[in-house]
Design a protein around this ligand. Structure first.
Ligand code: MN
Ligand code: MN
Length: 472
């Protein structure tokens, strides 16, 4: 029953999700701008999951984290991590109370073009890489933009050969051609889904023949590239089978707008959630409860593989933290109860309402740029297919913590009910019994080679993560 002694103005009864550039102080906006500079720098050197892991481990080690393998036991304040096959990362700061983990999770793989296992060919005096796209992309967006090559090739002598080309100002870039409009009448009649096919995403990598004593060397243009690759990286054609080479946009993160409110970059999905999660964990010294940050691979293709969120390697780390903190013989039931009492923010980007494409969104249930972290009770597709759904009491617990700590948030769905859908890593953690909710930063042009976020949403998300792991 309502308490009649409390009189509310009618306006207090309405939900209000303000634009944070309007509602924040000048000091808060300064702090947000500084945080954004650090994010852009980190993003520019962390375009692939392997690069992100390496840079995150450097950041962790610089504040005292060690590999959990080097610890026989754990006590409050200890900081440990485990690399998940070099492509995922899980870290913990051990708490004073041994009562469940407070977990932040996000993924660090992004849509891109991978090389096929047998990628090099030549056609009409030009050498190309064949690619196989990774994640959901609009294929035509990857033509006629500067591309960079990032990755590693492993050879059977146990060596790894790292290749990064296209990032330095004087590096060459790589390129996928498109048809000139003068001759594109037929092409433009096709649906955008079809006018660039997967087999058309072939990247120009060279245009000079190998000069040899034989007058007409067969495949001289391909041979020239193979020679270059062997001379510079020590790899042969067959070694690409054991390569992990990713083609990504050769662009740096840049401010958008005269007022610099936004950032355009490759890979905001989901590094714009992973980076503030990492920073929120690095801020922890001796938390009450053990704080965990997990940064996973392969989310864009279903979280499979031993580096994806479905892998037991992440759980092995959580078990190890539990076991090394309790110091007793491992008790599976006690661990299961412990993990079930854990709480998690599963962070992934979501669609920001775009007035140009308003028809796909329910405006009343959309997230807006610059209105803060988006809490999503569920994601999924159509009739909530394939989603974790957060429990209402857990949602209320989180919004209560945000209110107490002056953290702004907004809510919404991905888009209209039948417009499409998507999945995240939350369901894989929820199966352990823990409370999990999806949340994340709103993005324009998600999955495009160059996506846009608002700096104030990035900063608000960092504050939200901090208040969650420190207070839940
Ligand atoms: Mn994502
Ligand atoms: Mn995605």
């Amino acid at each position: 029953m309502a308490d009649k002694s409390k009189k509310n103005d009618a306006k207090d009864l309405f939900a209000d999700y303000p634009n944070l550039y309007s509602s924040s102080s000048a000091d808060e906006i300064d702090a947000c701008m500084t945080f954004a500079e650090d994010y852009k720098s980190f993003l520019d050197i962390s375009k692939t999951e392997r690069e992100f892991v390496r840079n995150a481990i450097d950041a962790c080690e610089s504040v005292g984290f060690v590999d959990i393998e080097s610890k026989k036991s754990l006590k409050a304040g200890d900081k440990v991590y485990s690399s998940i096959r070099g492509k995922g990362l899980i870290m913990a700061v051990v708490g004073k109370k041994n009562t469940g983990f407070n977990i932040l999770g996000a993924h660090i793989d992004s849509p891109r073009l991978d090389l096929k296992p047998n990628p090099i060919y030549e056609d009409e005096e030009t050498a190309y890489f064949k690619t196989h796209y990774y994640g959901g992309i609009k294929k035509y967006q990857w033509t006629t933009i500067p591309l960079a090559i990032h990755g590693v090739v492993f050879t059977s002598d146990g060596k790894s050969h790292e290749i990064v080309v296209g990032e330095k100002d004087d590096d060459p870039v790589f390129y996928i051609t498109d048809l000139l409009p003068h001759l594109a009448d037929e092409q433009m009649k096709k649906s955008p889904r079809d006018f660039i096919s997967g087999e058309d995403l072939n990247v120009v990598i060279g245009g000079m023949p190998l000069k040899s004593s034989k007058k007409e060397e067969k495949n001289a243009f391909k041979a020239n590239i193979l020679k270059f690759l062997f001379d510079n990286y020590g790899i042969k054609e067959k070694d690409f089978v054991s390569g992990e080479i990713e083609i990504v946009p050769a662009v740096k993160a840049r401010d958008v707008g005269f007022d610099r409110a936004y950032i355009a970059a490759y890979g905001h999905d989901d590094k714009v959630c992973a980076y503030p999660a990492l920073m929120a964990l690095l801020d922890q010294e001796r938390p009450d409860k053990t704080c965990v940050c997990m940064l996973t691979d392969k989310e864009e293709i279903g979280s499979y593989a031993n580096s994806g969120a479905q892998s037991v390697l992440y759980e092995n780390f959580l078990m190890e933290v539990f076991a090394k903190q309790t110091g007793k013989t491992f008790d599976l039931l006690a661990y299961r109860k412990f993990i079930a009492s854990s709480k998690m923010l599963s962070a992934d980007v979501s669609n920001a309402y775009d007035p140009k494409y308003a028809s796909v969104s329910d405006r009343k249930n959309s997230a807006f740029m610059s209105h803060g972290i988006k809490l999503e009770k569920y994601v999924g597709a159509r009739g909530k297919s394939g989603t974790n759904e957060a429990n209402g009491d857990f949602v209320a617990e989180i919004t209560g913590i945000f209110a107490k700590n002056n953290v702004s948030w907004q809510t919404g769905e991905l888009g209209k009910v039948d417009a499409g859908g998507g999945g995240t890593i939350s369901a894989y953690m929820a199966k352990h019994g823990m409370e999990v909710i999806d949340c994340g930063v709103p993005v324009w042009s998600m999955h495009a080679p160059y996506e846009v976020i608002s700096k104030i949403d990035l900063y608000d998300t960092y504050l939200a993560y901090k208040s969650f792991i420190e207070n839940i």
